[in-house]
Design a protein around this ligand. Sequence first.
Ligand code: MSP
Length: 532
Amino acid sequence: MDKFYITTPIYYPSGKYHIGTAYTEVLADSLKRYHALKGDDCFLLTGTDEHGQKIQTKAEEAGLAPQAYVDIQAEIAKKLWKEMKIEYDKYIRTTDDYHVKAVQVIFEKMLKKGDIYKGEYEGWYCEPCESYFTEFQLADGKCPDCGREVRKMKEEAYFFNMKKYADKLLQYYEEHPEFIKPDYRKQEMINNFIKPGLEDLCVTRTSFDWGIPVLSDPKHVIYVWLDALTNYLTALGYTTNEDELFKKLWSADVQLVGKDIARFHLIYWPIFLMSLELPLPKTIFVHNWITMKDGKMSKSKGNVIYPEQLMEKYGLDAMKYYLIREMPTNSDGMFTPEGFVERYNSDLCNDLGNLLNRTIAMTNKYFEGNVPEYMGLVNDADVDLENKSKEAIEKFENEMKEFEFANALQSIWSLIARTNKYIDETSPWALAKEVENETSEDKKIREKKLKSVIYHLIANLKEIAILIRFLMKDTSDNILNQLGIKSDNISFEDLENYTELENIKVIEKGEPLFMRLETEMEIEYIKNLMVK
Ligand code: MSP
């Protein structure tokens, strides 16, 4: 059993999360479930990033002390993840005592090593991003990350010597092609940040106090990104006596981050780890954003959709399916009400739902619900069907390895389409009629053919249920339950037992997996959610 340590970014505790923000969490949870189904010993970390000026300002606006404010917000986040059935193993809050202490130790280590030095900082500061920029880095005089106003600020501060590590980082990129995925993000980092020359990073602030004080100079608080990034270590007990998890799990197998925080994770984070002389994560996967027709989701634009709204009306699995299916690797994914209803009706209701319905109905009609035994390759179409299902599984696995989640789903849906086509090719209703009418040898052949069709349909549906399970656990359970297959201990190993289905009796009356949506009405419904 291999260990598999996955992290998500720790979220800003700032109100309700929209479907875009929830995306990273869906991705992480699916990846964990996928590896668990493959038999890995998985650990998923998430949490909240609770320090910094932005949070202090928000708390003031809400008339609360910062700690009281983040306590409420962290509960809001946890409640959503619970509703979305996100199976994290640890929830870290950067205000947790053990984290605060560990970050102080980490800072002193870096100081002692000479990687952090004291100086004076003057630069352009973006408050929402909590980042300083040089004149050169600004985009039309605004923040290059979020596009908002920046202001000139000067303060005594500690700096991290990034320059010292620039070449080492480039070399690491070069020698570890698995480190950054997708690959084009690496080139972006090199061209936009490393080649123009890495600036030393200002890692303390004195302009506010909602942060972790430097142990040896407490009027400084530690820069929120140094505090936040190290959560991936401190959550495991790094620098404490209780560091069994750290010893077992570090380094991370995959760290998932959205594109907006790629720079922090692909440049500062590995450099911090090098400074601490710790191994780097195996892979950092950068995903794109879910956007709306009119661009970024934002409350002020009135184009925000919350996961609760979609889950309540259409179910968790349909929402997750849409989010993952609509996200390409090389560009942003777009949420549209039309697209959502279309995917629901066409992919879930028609393709998957009908396949199950027809199969259950035919098994009941022709064999009183009892699934016949495997007959071998009897019908002409059996050969191609079995080949295609092997190919689809192989493609699925390859796509998952590359974190191409949308393509992985596509390969499952190509198997669903192939299986639906198989019903038309073999016309089981015609075979059944012939079985009824004939008396000769032919009858036996027809019967065998019909048995083979039903067997193949059930076996393929079982495969499909296993394949979608990493994302749609409830739907997978529902399918297996209707097929009469126990789902408790199901795993990817069961994909290998294609010809070994035995003593299965399907449910007497099948239940629709997804109810067909009335297109115009539902599109209107979703549009109305957005304006509220
Ligand atoms: N606190 C930092 C992360 C620190 S990690 C050491 C942060 N938090 S966040 O709450 O703003 O973002 C959390 C995650 O949500 C990030 O991965 C971010 O990219 C993701 N998303 C926010 N909006 C998104 C979309 N519209 N679409 C997809 N993901 C998006 O950043």
